[in-house]
Write a protein that binds this ligand. Structure first.
Ligand SMILES: [Zn+2]
Length: 130
């Protein structure tokens, strides 16, 4: 997916984790689709998630969404994210043990304070572009 190329390091890793979860979820919930990774609806969700990651005000210091005080998802997407996590979270350990464990460890970090200024991935992209 081309969009993932906007992201790097922690944010890209988080996006890959999200992608893996959506694949697990979509396979079971939306089995009737053309032969590709995820259905259109789920791929739209991933694209939304990608934009949120790019604009996350914490940038590379992003906490897990669960711990975050900002709540940047719109309600409908937040609901979908919750559904996907609840279903795919417990099913991640076998196919993606490292992603699953990293995420569990991140969940144990304390909640952060308010985000710093100008730390988002998007901000740094714009700076680089000049
Ligand atoms: Zn789907």
């Amino acid at each position: 997916m081309a969009e993932a190329e906007l992201l790097s390091d922690q944010l890209l890793y988080e996006f890959r984790t999200m992608q893996a979860m959506v694949e697990i979820y979509c396979k079971v919930h939306h089995p009737l689709k053309p032969a590709r990774d995820v259905c259109l609806q789920c791929s739209e969700f991933l694209s939304y998630a990608n934009t949120r990651l790019d604009r996350c005000p914490y940038g590379q210091q992003k906490p897990t969404c669960n711990k975050c005080p900002v709540h940047c998802y719109k309600p409908q997407m937040k609901q979908k994210a919750r559904e996907i996590m609840m279903f795919a979270g417990p099913r991640m350990l076998l196919p993606h043990p490292i992603m699953a464990i990293k995420h569990l460890l991140a969940e144990r970090k304390p909640a952060p304070g308010l985000p710093p200024e100008k730390a988002s991935n998007r901000h740094f992209r714009k700076v680089k572009q000049g």
